[in-house]
Design a binder for this molecule. Structure first.
Ligand SMILES: Nc1nc2c(ncn2[C@@H]2O[C@H](COP(=O)(O)OP(=O)(O)OP(=O)(O)O)[C@@H](O)[C@H]2O)c(=O)[nH]1
Ligand SMILES: [Mg+2]
Length: 425
């Protein structure tokens, strides 16, 4: 089956969708509405236009159809009258709930928040690893939901929630799906090993690594572009970046550090999605420090901080030094930051305001516990220059007839090993 993408074929006629949310008793109304607004932005990022939003207040979700049966009828009428063919729920639905809803609504496709996020990931994945991760996550999550009706697979490739690098392969049987999942897992494991090798060589180099994390659309890529001319696509879309990008950055003191742009976070990010992107998110775990970028102009900025912090906890990286970078200050600051003031910094990645101070904070982080030394090695000890190259940050190396004069920033351990050659500290 040739894949058809409704949005690419009819750029001017966006697919209309209806959004549905259930406000369970006891849940925070504001939180629920913020999540619903975000669902609308997610739908738009996926190329849809929102025809209507429907909310139901309910004690507990209906096990059969998530919303109550009266609400299903109301939704059905709305779909019939408007001709809308896609309904998106701001929750996770089970395969049987999707099946029941699709039966009841007749000729309408039902997708949930996770499927929509995966769909955007599928659109935005560029690296080989990113594409494999998305395909595997879709096979695990989306396919069982689409298979609900038995005939559903023939529906694949029909637009939102069904796109993906693997879609041409999805149309075959379940056994094929299982084989494909095994192959993807093996390929991803191989890539994870390569990543680990790269990482350990970076570790040996002693270069300080900083991960740029934060809520989606906070300006992480814009910041990395501003600091390093990384040339990463930065746009007003959710999940514009899926694959990590690492760039060298030279601090004013001459020391080089590595900055890595990472995939954004979002509220209600399901655990299976985090697991699927674990190897990409591991960039955060292996960093020496984390920059948490926050859109300070967003009224939801405090929620952005909370979501990011709890995901960093979940990744097991909460013990790392953190700097909270309140970005987009050119647009004003929407609410007062709740993070420790000595860890806050206010910038605009677009105008460059505050970035000089950010750089000096980065320098302080990277050089904490490290010092600049000048070593003088005699000719019969020139081999030790290699030790510095692998363990420290060499800023200058000058060879004379008496040996080598090397300026390097290193920690106490390395300096101690080479103590007798220190000329200046
Ligand atoms: N006004 C203003 N806009 C900004 C600033 N920084 C980023 N933006 C805009 O915010 C949008 C998102 O920026 P990105 O850099 O793509 O954000 P991101 O955090 O990398 O987002 P994802 O990769 O999607 O998670 C873009 O339209 C940027 O131009 C800023 O300091 N001021
Ligand atoms: Mg980005």
């Amino acid at each position: 089956m040739k894949t058809e993408n409704l949005f690419e074929q009819n750029k001017h006629e966006k697919q209309e969708v209806i959004l549905v949310s259930v406000m369970e008793k006891g849940t925070d109304r504001h939180e629920c509405e913020a999540s619903f607004d975000e669902l609308e932005r997610l739908a738009e990022t996926a190329g849809a236009s929102v025809y209507a939003r429907m909310t139901q207040e309910k004690e507990n979700p209906d096990p059969r159809t998530f919303i109550g049966s009266g609400k299903v009828q109301e939704l059905k009428t709305l779909c019939e009258n408007s001709g809308v063919k896609v309904v998106i729920f701001d929750h996770e639905l089970s395969p049987s709930q999707i099946k029941n809803l699709e039966n009841d609504l007749a000729d309408v496709q039902v997708i949930d928040r996770s499927m929509l996020i995966l769909d955007i990931f599928a659109l935005h994945a560029t690296s080989g690893e990113g594409k494999l991760q998305v395909e595997l996550a879709q096979l695990k999550y989306t396919v069982p939901r689409l298979m609900g009706q038995g005939t559903a697979l023939s529906r694949l490739g029909g637009g939102i929630g069904t796109r993906g690098p693997g879609e041409s392969k999805l149309e075959t049987d379940r056994r094929h799906v299982k084989r494909r999942m095994d192959a993807l897992e093996a390929a991803l494991e191989e890539l994870a090993k390569n990543r680990a090798v790269q990482r350990s060589s970076r570790d040996r180099s002693g270069i300080f690594k900083i991960a740029i994390a934060g809520y989606t659309n906070a300006g992480k890529s814009t910041l990395l572009n501003r600091l390093t001319d990384a040339g990463i696509l930065a746009e007003d879309k959710l999940f514009a970046t899926l694959d990590p990008t690492t760039r060298k950055f030279e601090l004013p003191c001459g020391e080089e550090i590595l900055l890595t742009d990472t995939v954004g976070f979002i509220r209600n990010l399901p655990h299976h999605l985090i697991r699927a992107f674990r190897s990409t998110l591991d960039e955060v775990c292996y960093a020496d420090a984390i920059l948490v970028v926050i859109d300070a102009s967003d009224p939801e900025s405090i929620a952005q901080v909370d979501v990011t912090r709890s995901l960093i906890d979940e990744l097991g990286a909460s013990d790392k030094p953190v700097l909270f970078v309140y970005n987009k200050c050119d647009r004003g600051i929407a609410s007062h930051p709740m993070t420790p003031s000595d860890q806050n910094i206010f910038i605009s990645a677009v105008t460059g305001e505050g970035t000089e101070e950010l750089v000096s904070r980065l320098e302080a982080l990277a050089t904490a516990g490290k010092k600049r030394y000048v070593f003088a090695f005699p000719n019969d000890k020139l081999g030790l220059v290699n030790t510095l190259y692998s363990e420290a940050n060499v800023i200058d190396a000058e060879y004379t007839e008496n040996g080598a004069l090397v300026t390097a920033v290193c920690d106490k351990k390395t300096a101690g090993k080479l103590a007798r050659y220190i000329k200046e500290a």
